[in-house]
Each structure stands twice: as C-alpha cells, then as structure tokens.
Design a protein. Structure first.
Length: 279
C-alpha cells in the first residue's frame, strides 16, 4: 500500500514536471515570434538596473561607505538581490496581476482542469522576459565578487544557491499574498509598482541603514531582510547585528518556505471566495 502511494506521488510529480517543461517551451516560442520585442526588453531591463547601480557608485564616491558597507560589498548585495528579483519575475510576477484574472473570471478555466489552481496560475503564465533581469544581476554580482575580494568555496556556493531559492520564495510569497486580496476586493489594482518600489528600497541596500524599528519590521513581521541583507552579511562576514554567519542562507530558505506556505493557505482561502464573472 505504501509503495503504491509513493509510486502514485512520483507519477504525479513527473506529470507536473512534464507540463511545466511544455509551458516553458510554449512561452519561449511565443516570445521568439516578436524579435523586436525581445530586443527592447534586452536593452531596457539591463539599463534600468545598471543605472540604479551607477547611482550607488556615485553615492559611495561622494559620501564614502554606506553604513560600513564598501562599494564592492554593495555591488555583491545589489547583484544577488537583482538575481533573486529576476527569478521571481520569471515564476511569480503573475501575482501582481491577479486582480485581472479574478474580475475577468479567468480562474474558471483553472478550476475545471485536473491540476492545482495555484500551480496553473503561475506556471501556465511563465514570464520568460524575466531572464533579461538576470543579465545585469549576474554581471554586477561577479563584479562585486572581484571588488569585495570574495573567496569561493563549495560551502559558499551552496549557501548562495540556498539563499537565491529562499529569496525567490519570499518574494513570490509576498506577491501571492498581495494578489490574493483581489478575491475580497474584486479590484484589478496592479500591485507591481508598489511592490517593486518597496523591494528596491529594502533589498538593494543594507537593512542596517534604516531605524531599528524598521529593521525589526522587515526581519520578523515582513521578512524582506532575509531576501538579501542577512544571508549576504553572513557570506561576506559583515556584522548584521545577528550572529547567523553562513547559517543565514539556510534560514533564508526556511523563511522562504514558510512565507510561500502561508501565502498558499491564504490563496486557497481567497479562492473559496471566488465568484465567476458570470455570477
């Protein structure tokens, strides 16, 4: 009996993986139909983040370190934060526009298919254009590694991977939580602008530059501090006010899993309040 359940679980997992690969292929084929659109994204997105990083360089050159963080360390922080942003744009950006799907009754299709509704919502709308955000993130990160004299090791590589997965889950969970409010408000409000503004101000710079009350809020209540500040402080050996060290990357993954799980429960609760556009 137990073996049958495991076999069934593995079969279901394999089916979801196959469907995901199929949707990724379809999303890629859709964007290559418009090469000029791809070129526009490839130019505009990197410029956006490169200019943002240039602003940090200007501030450091004019006023010195930012709360004890050197230019190289800030580049390291900025790069990894942009990479996790890019990953969240690929898999979770749909949460920004959930209000449209609710108001237009788009969830009707998801509810009639033999796949999880939340899975369908995110993975049938994969945003391949988010890959364009990876370019500046990786470039700035590698530059930061050189400028900060970062020493590589297998343990640190694993920590970076865990941190990026956890940070992506935290971002995705927050997007999902905000988007789920549309089930109750019946509003098509786009949370993207507000969410991105908050994330930019709190993940691209050291959290320690903010008042202690804000640090507490962004550490324990809205865990944005775990997206970049705490795990990167551990990787670079910077005093973050906490003594987590490399363990901070593991905590980031755990926080990400918790945030995503809570967001999933909140989404399922909101889904029970969903009314078709025809009602």
């Amino acid at each position: 009996m137990k073996n049958a359940k495991i076999k069934c679980l593995l079969h279901t997992l394999a089916h979801y993986i196959d469907v995901t690969i199929c949707h990724i292929r379809m999303a890629f084929l859709m964007i290559v139909e418009y090469p000029s659109n791809i070129a526009g994204w490839m130019i505009s997105n990197p410029i956006q983040f490169i200019l943002g990083f240039a602003t940090i360089k200007f501030v450091v050159e004019q006023f010195g370190q930012i709360n004890g963080w050197t230019y190289g360390q800030l580049a390291f922080l900025y790069g990894l934060s942009v990479i996790s942003h890019a990953l969240s744009m690929i898999f979770f950006v749909q949460g920004w526009f959930m209000g449209f799907y609710v108001v237009e009754g788009e969830f009707d299709r998801y509810l009639t298919r033999p796949l999880g509704v939340m899975y369908q919502f995110f993975f049938t709308n994969i945003n391949i254009f988010g890959v364009t955000d990876l370019i500046p993130g990786i470039l700035v990160f590698l530059y930061g590694c050189v400028e900060s004299n970062f020493t590589w090791s297998i343990a640190k590589v694993i920590c970076i991977l865990l941190m990026l997965i956890g940070a992506t889950f935290i971002r995705g969970g927050l997007y999902l939580c905000l988007g789920t409010t549309s089930f109750f408000t019946k509003s098509t409000m786009d949370f993207g602008q507000y969410t991105q503004e908050i994330m930019d101000k709190t993940t691209l710079y050291p959290l320690s530059m903010y008042p202690e009350s804000m640090q507490f809020l962004l550490t324990y209540l809205i865990p944005i501090g775990w997206v970049s500040f705490y795990p990167i402080s551990g990787l670079l050996g910077i005093d973050s006010g906490q003594t987590y060290g490399l363990l901070a990357s593991v905590i980031t993954l755990l926080v990400g899993l918790i945030v995503l799980a809570v967001a999933g429960l909140w989404f399922n609760y909101g889904l029970n309040k969903y009314e078709s556009a025809g009602n």
